[in-house]
Design a protein around this ligand. Structure first.
Ligand SMILES: [Zn+2]
Length: 213
């Protein structure tokens, strides 16, 4: 008797289970659809962020390390920088020897500027003309790219002031001489100075026959 009395009750239960299963399936489909629509926005947002994180293009004409620009603290041993690597071999070797001996006196010789590209030198000259108000006055401080010893790899501007003082006192022994009276930090190689001492500096670059001769 039990099968006959329970049989009619089974059908609604089965129908109920089927309906529940269909409902779960429907919710699952809706859920997947919602998930897909939500996740579809993620790549778009990610792409926007990625674009905003890209490096901005360098401004036209900007001077870079490849032009000889040097980071503060660079030394004669930092040959990874074009500004140091572009120096003539003998000048760099002399400055390295002097830097080692200066370090023994607790003086750090830094290279603020060494080799420069013609573009870098021309930029400095343009800035000097703006700063000093005339090409004539600018020429007392900055050479053109055609005449600059920096562009030729034959000059270094050193720092700090302690290093300038040290090289002023001892540079001749390494053939390192100040070239201009108004640029105490600017040194060039004069090998004969090792025996004869450094020649008297020109007052400024306009007195230099290599530039105006
Ligand atoms: Zn210089």
């Amino acid at each position: 008797m039990i099968p006959t009395t329970t049989a009619p009750a089974r059908t609604p239960r089965v129908l109920g289970r089927v309906l529940v299963s269909l409902l779960i399936a429907a919710l699952a489909i809706v859920g997947v659809a919602v998930y897909r629509s939500a996740s579809a926005t993620v790549p778009t947002g990610g792409a926007v962020d990625g674009a905003s994180q890209a490096d901005p293009p360098a401004p036209d004409g900007a001077v870079t390390l490849d032009d000889g620009l040097l980071p503060s603290g660079a030394t004669a041993f930092d040959v990874g920088y074009p500004g140091v690597a572009g120096l003539s071999h003998d000048l760099r070797a002399a400055l390295q020897r002097a830097s080692r001996d200066a370090a023994d006196d607790d003086v750090a010789v830094r290279v603020n500027s060494g080799w420069r590209s013609a573009e870098y030198q021309d930029r400095l000259l343009q800035e000097a003309v703006s700063q000093y108000g005339s090409a004539e006055e600018a020429a007392r401080w900055v050479a053109s790219s055609a005449t600059s010893a920096h562009v030729a790899g034959d000059a270094v501007d050193v720092g700090s002031y302690d290093a300038v003082d040290w090289l002023t006192a001892h540079g001749a022994g390494y053939g390192l001489c100040q070239t201009y009276g108004n640029e105490s930090w600017h040194f060039e190689l004069r090998p004969e100075a090792i025996d004869r001492g450094c020649p008297t500096p020109y007052a400024d670059p306009t007195q230099d026959p290599r530039i105006h001769g």
